[in-house]
Design a protein around this ligand. Structure first.
Ligand code: ZN
Length: 178
């Protein structure tokens, strides 16, 4: 019941601002706790599902300052943008400093972000974005109203998956946002 209500609240108040520059389609709803909504993205300009995705890469130095990354690995730092492989339209995809629960509420992000050196992974990829919500519906509505955002903007976790259409390494980026 609680999860139905959370799902209904989020779906009835509109898709997150994250998808403002895309045509996003809800593909699946996982109603177990926590609630996970998965969207597929298409280009708002031409309707294509083929994207290149950008990051701000750094090569991990030796010794590695990053947990779970070894020297020589590439860390694909956010923010991320998506570029349509058909028409070239570029859309902001995710910035942990401004999006997700902590980003929206101005709590800051623990993730190292890049401001220069953006590089696109050409793929092309099909993009699926999963958003996780772990709150009571009423509480989420209250916080959203105070912050002047949609409840859907207050996700706790985001997973960005890029499935290669041709030969490329899959993309699998996860960010905890709360
Ligand atoms: Zn396009």
């Amino acid at each position: 019941m609680t999860q139905d209500s959370l799902k209904d609240t989020i779906l009835s108040t509109g898709a997150p601002a994250l998808f403002d520059s895309f045509a996003a389609k809800l593909e699946s709803v996982d109603r177990d706790e926590p609630l996970i909504l998965t969207y597929s993205l298409t280009c708002e300009a031409c309707g294509s599902e083929r994207f290149a995705v950008s990051a701000h890469p750094v090569i991990v130095p030796d010794p590695s300052p990053y947990h779970a990354l070894t020297p020589g690995d590439t860390l694909q730092r956010p923010p991320h943008r998506a570029r349509c492989a058909e028409c070239g339209h570029i859309a902001a995809l995710f910035d942990p400093r401004r999006q997700g629960y902590d980003g929206v509420l101005g709590h800051g992000s623990g993730y190292e972000c890049g401001d220069e050196g953006e590089a696109f992974l050409d793929g092309p990829y099909r993009l699926a974005v999963s958003l996780t919500y772990n709150a009571e519906a009423e509480e989420l509505v209250e916080i959203a109203e105070e912050a002047d955002v949609k409840p859907a903007d207050l996700f706790d976790w985001i997973a960005i998956a890029g499935k290669p259409i041709e030969d490329a390494e899959p993309i699998d980026w996860d960010y905890e946002c709360a």
